[in-house]
Design a protein around this ligand. Structure first.
Ligand code: ZN
Ligand code: FE
Length: 255
């Protein structure tokens, strides 16, 4: 199956994603930030919207739900735990649930930390994962409702996906994340090699997503907490991987 994924830049730095499967004529959107921006593209390209999927309840991810649902009679899908705070929810998904939208299949991965009910949509056949505000390119989301420990475990779930899985995340934070990674992972050659590429993308207003899990494992400091050089850089040589993660997450908050 050939799934088409269209990146829709929304608000300041959000990404919504429009999915289209020709074989079953299915259209779905992930995290519609705002009605007008998303509707313009949906209207132009397909003039229908079967499903609305939300990774979590924050307004910059669900802002377009109700108006899109009203206009296109779409079904809204969100996590069971958040059924009281996802606008217009029709179908409450469970952890590890497999769901089919036409010929598009996905699995729900429960990844709390940023919020209590955050999920990722894993399209195994397509080798794609939508990670919302949990895993960003070269970074991870702020821990608002959960604990650093939860966030660490959630990131590990994503880190263990096949390395050729493509990550589509909720925000364009790559440039700022790169600066943080460079601060504490100075000798990482893979990271240095990305500087030019990232600058080129950002300067030409192009997205730095998707990016592969394999690439992130080599460059995203939050997925590299077991590296001795990083333990060194934060002066915690005997700390566990999770303690290093926690330290880095705190440092990033005030970076
Ligand atoms: Zn969020
Ligand atoms: Fe967000």
């Amino acid at each position: 199956m050939k799934l088409n994924v269209e990146i829709i830049p929304c608000l300041n730095d959000n990404y919504s994603y429009l999915l289209y499967d020709r074989s079953s004529d299915t259209v779905a959107i992930i995290d519609p930030s705002d009605f007008t921006t998303c509707d313009k593209i949906i209207n132009e390209k397909h003039n229908k919207l079967d499903y609305i999927l939300n990774t979590h309840h924050h307004l910059d991810h669900v802002g377009g739900n109700e108006k899109l649902k009203e206009k296109y009679k779409s079904k809204v899908l969100g996590f069971d735990l958040d059924k009281d705070r996802i606008p217009g929810i029709d179908i409450a998904l469970k952890e590890k649930q497999n769901f089919k939208m036409g010929n598009i299949s996905f699995e729900v991965i429960f990844i709390p930390g940023h919020t209590k009910g955050h999920i990722a949509f894993y399209l195994k056949d397509e080798k794609i994962v939508f990670t919302g505000d949990t895993l960003f390119s070269l970074g991870c989301g702020k821990v608002f409702e959960g604990t650093n420990e939860q966030m660490f475990r959630s990131l590990n779930k994503l880190k263990n996906l096949p390395i050729d899985t493509k990550i589509y995340c909720g925000h364009e934070y790559t440039k700022k994340n790169l600066e943080f990674c460079l601060e504490y992972d100075q000798n990482n050659e893979f990271l240095k090699k990305k500087i030019n590429w990232i600058n080129l993308k950002i300067n030409s207003n192009s997205p730095t997503v998707p990016i592969s899990i394999g690439e992130e494992k080599k460059t995203n400091i939050f997925l590299r907490c077991n590296e001795p050089s990083i333990k060194d850089a934060v002066n915690l040589n005997n700390a566990s991987e999770q303690e290093i993660f926690s330290k880095l997450r705190d440092l990033k908050d005030s970076f």
